[in-house]
Design a binder for this molecule. Structure first.
Ligand SMILES: *Cc1c(COP(=O)(O)O)cnc(C)c1O
Length: 485
């Protein structure tokens, strides 16, 4: 590195200024650091030519699979197309080059985007209290449970320590309950794949804090008894939390508040388009009723006569969950996406997501067993029942899809269906893409009968074949291969 790019300069005794181009930024007082912790020589950093670096990253990008390469029907993850305009908007200097500690007067536009996004989410869910803080759906779940805890504590209901969770739920639900210091209690699904009301009634009581329910469920089914379920839980004094990861199936059509939901999270990166494969950035805002709003994380965006600002005055708030009030880039993308769609567009997204999933379901439900074979929402679950006698597993079918150029569907989830294969096409795919996928899935079903070993050997087109996934989890090697242990 050129020594001149970072220039430390003694301006006052014990105080240095970091000179970066034209900007003079006061740096930390280095004399406070223990002696011996400061470098005396510049670090030896590895150097590489620009061309070699470019080749390295292009090669890596070619090994990756994204929605830009191929169809990506990873159920529950909503791998829809993320419009390129989002990326252009998020790079506007007024949005990209700001900092959450800046004076409110200089970031009115950013605060306006946050406020309007909050208003939009409140409109879609029917729940007026919104926080944009949580960085992911899972953190939204935790936030809401902490809000529920605060509410029960403030109202003297400290006996409420149980969280009821249907057996088809995402694993983050019981994990969030445990982190919030609550006890997860499983509710069984009935034969129809929906919550078993008798089982719910036997477990709900004056120790119930919250029922966490995913609607539409992870089976891609609308929980048609949701109003009755909410009534049962409310009667017992509990709150209804909706895992809103599947909001893309119902938004603009039905509002969760209208069927009894008190709090919910929204996965902005799924429903409102941010590239989120490989653990990419997310945002999991939560929306709550008026009654629960005082407990939301602080600071909140407030509007006053002279403009918007972040308000830290919230005596009942659960406090801050993370460094700053929201994963701003994801919030901007969600806002850009919503503005582009408008209210009518949001509804059309849901309609097309549901139409596409049903189209595939109906075309595949003879070749593959569909345990709940009725109108589905934005995704459906099938399994390998017809392929099992040939020794073909969901894993083999998924691996064969890789050879055919697809990212596989979600497999072995939800747990209530053995060897589940969960297919979510999203609304952004064309009919010709869906038809090609259907044809390939039918071909795989045919191969399972005529040449099952072809599926057992898959994938054969990738640089690595099948990994020992159990061992990879138990003995992870977290270093780059080029470094010796
Ligand atoms: C994705 C998902 C979550 C978790 O959301 P993250 O944003 O990944 O933390 C929770 N529940 C369901 C049903 C999901 O699909």
């Amino acid at each position: 590195m050129n020594k001149d790019t970072l220039l430390f300069e003694k301006s006052r005794p014990g105080h240095r200024t970091l000179r970066l181009g034209k900007l003079d930024v006061p740096a930390a007082d280095l004399s406070l650091l223990p002696k011996g912790s400061l470098r005396t020589k510049a670090p030896v950093l590895p150097e590489i030519g620009e061309l070699d670096l470019i080749r390295h990253y292009v090669l890596l990008s070619k090994k990756n699979i994204s929605i830009a390469d191929s169809f990506y029907p990873l159920g529950s993850c909503t791998m829809k197309y993320n419009p390129v305009t989002n990326e252009a908007v998020v790079q506007y200097p007024g949005l990209a080059d700001i900092h959450p500690e800046m004076d409110a007067g200089r970031v009115q536009g950013a605060l306006r985007i946050m406020k309007r996004l909050e208003d939009g989410l409140a409109g879609i869910t029917g729940l007026p209290g919104v926080t944009l803080h949580p960085a992911a759906g899972a953190q939204g779940e935790l936030t809401a449970l902490l809000v529920a805890n605060a509410h029960f504590e403030a109202t003297g209901q400290t006996k409420r320590t149980k969280v009821l969770i249907p057996d088809s739920a995402h694993g983050t639900n019981p994990a969030s309950a445990a982190i919030a210091g609550l006890e997860a209690v499983e509710i069984k699904s009935g034969k129809d794949g929906l919550v078993d009301l008798a089982d719910l009634e036997s477990k709900v009581g004056d120790d119930t804090a919250v029922l966490m329910i995913t609607n539409p469920s992870t089976l891609g089914l609308f929980e048609s008894k949701i109003a009755k379920i909410a009534e049962i839980v409310h009667k017992a004094g509990g709150l209804i939390y909706m895992d809103g990861a599947n909001l893309n199936a119902i938004m603009g059509i039905s509002r969760p508040a209208d069927f009894g939901v008190d709090m919910m999270h929204i996965n902005l990166h799924k429903t409102f388009s941010t590239p989120h494969g490989g653990g990419g950035p997310g945002a999991g805002p939560i929306c709550v009723t008026d009654e629960l709003t005082p407990y939301l994380p602080s600071p909140r965006v407030v509007e006053e006569e002279d403009g918007l600002r972040l308000d830290y005055n919230a005596p009942q708030s659960i406090g801050m969950l993370r460094g700053w009030p929201g994963n701003f880039g994801v919030l901007v993308r969600a806002y850009a996406y919503l503005r582009r769609l408008g209210a009518e567009g949001v509804k059309r997204v849901a309609e097309n997501a549901v139409l596409n999933a049903n189209y595939i379901r109906v075309k595949l439900n003879k070749a593959y067993h569909v345990p709940y074979d009725r109108m589905c929402m934005h995704e459906f679950v099938c399994n390998n029942k017809h392929q099992r006698e040939k020794g073909v597993h969901a894993l083999d079918i998924a691996k064969r899809l890789i050879d055919l150029g697809y990212h596989p569907m979600t497999i072995y989830f939800p747990l209530v269906v053995s060897e589940a294969m969960m297919i979510e096409p999203t609304e952004t795919e064309s009919k010709s893409t869906l038809d090609a996928f259907i044809a390939d899935m039918l071909m795989i079903a045919e191969e399972a009968q005529s040449d099952p070993d072809k599926l057992h050997a898959a994938p054969v087109t990738t640089c690595v074949g099948r990994l020992d996934e159990g061992r990879a989890v138990r003995e992870p090697k977290l270093r780059y291969a080029c470094y010796k242990d």
